[in-house]
Design a protein around this ligand. Structure first.
Ligand code: 5BU
Length: 262
């Protein structure tokens, strides 16, 4: 079972260079924490990324919510990724036909493929969305996560939809390296997917808008997921982001150590 292997052992099972490097990074930095940095100002986003950088393996962005986005933001984020040794994941949730997502991924204001190591997509349109993104991303050594499930109440991503999404991932393993998921799925021969889970919090359980927060130990140890994605639990009102990030890093890493020692 891949859940019992270390991140480092699993890095050797991947052909995608970014997935490989990401798993190595997690082990080196002793972090399975991703910061969901949903801030709307460039300066605030950069300040937060710099403060929390030492504790995370992955910075998750929603680049289209930044009011004063410019190319320099990307340059500076990339520099911070280098300084603190983390990767970048634009949570774009592509959802269109192959030809359109190719354009959305490569072009426009954000040119996501040029700077984001990892991005993600819904499987609603069918296989073509993966083929389109792969044409752009693979030559740049990028990788993709599929949204197999979501953290929000009443999500329609479940049952057959989730199962078919997993089958699609198996078909495009060179580019699809994992899932946004709420639990680890049963492995088939040769599987090693990276499971990233949003909706993680140490104290609150809900935000009144459908988000459902689970404890890091439940996510990593009980549900077998690999990366905890935390936003407001770290930068929420009145919080000290570096202090909170350290707590989440420890909670996530201890749950991982507990899991692999089983
Ligand atoms: P929060 O502040 O920890 O609730 O932020 C969660 C982040 O994860 C936020 O950026 C969401 O867009 C993102 N997210 C999510 O919450 N649930 C999902 O199923 C997916 C992404 Br996919």
């Amino acid at each position: 079972m891949s859940a019992q292997k270390t991140y480092l052992e699993r890095s050797k099972l991947h052909s995608n260079p970014t997935a490989k490097a990401f798993l190595e990074l997690m082990e080196r930095k002793k972090s399975n924490l991703s910061l969901a940095a949903d801030l709307t100002s460039k300066a605030a986003l950069l300040e937060l990324a710099d403060k929390v950088g030492p504790y995370i393996c992955l910075l998750k962005t929603h680049i289209d919510v930044v009011d004063d986005f410019d190319q320099d933001l990307v340059t500076q984020l990339t520099a911070l990724a280098k300084k603190h040794d983390f990767m970048i994941f634009e949570d774009r949730k592509f959802a269109d036909i192959g030809n359109t997502v190719k354009l959305q991924y490569s072009s426009g204001v954000y040119k996501i493929a040029s700077w984001s190591d990892i991005t993600n997509a819904h499987t609603v349109p069918g296989e073509g969305i993966i083929q389109g993104l792969r044409e752009v991303g693979l030559p740049l050594n990028r990788c993709l996560l599929l949204l197999a499930e979501m953290s929000s109440a009443g999500t329609l991503a479940k049952g057959d939809y989730t199962n078919t999404t997993v089958e699609l991932a198996r078909k495009y393993k060179d580019f699809v390296v994992g899932f946004i998921a709420m639990r680890r799925y049963e492995d088939k021969e040769g599987d090693d997917f990276i499971y990233m889970t949003p909706g993680v919090g140490l104290d609150q359980t809900s935000d009144g808008l459908g988000q459902q927060w689970k404890h890091p130990r439940e996510v990593v140890y009980e549900r077998g997921c690999d990366v905890i994605i935390v936003g407001r639990g770290i930068y929420g009102k009145g919080k000290d982001p570096a202090h909170e990030a350290k707590k989440y890093q420890e909670a996530g890493w201890n749950a991982y150590l507990e899991r692999i020692s089983q």
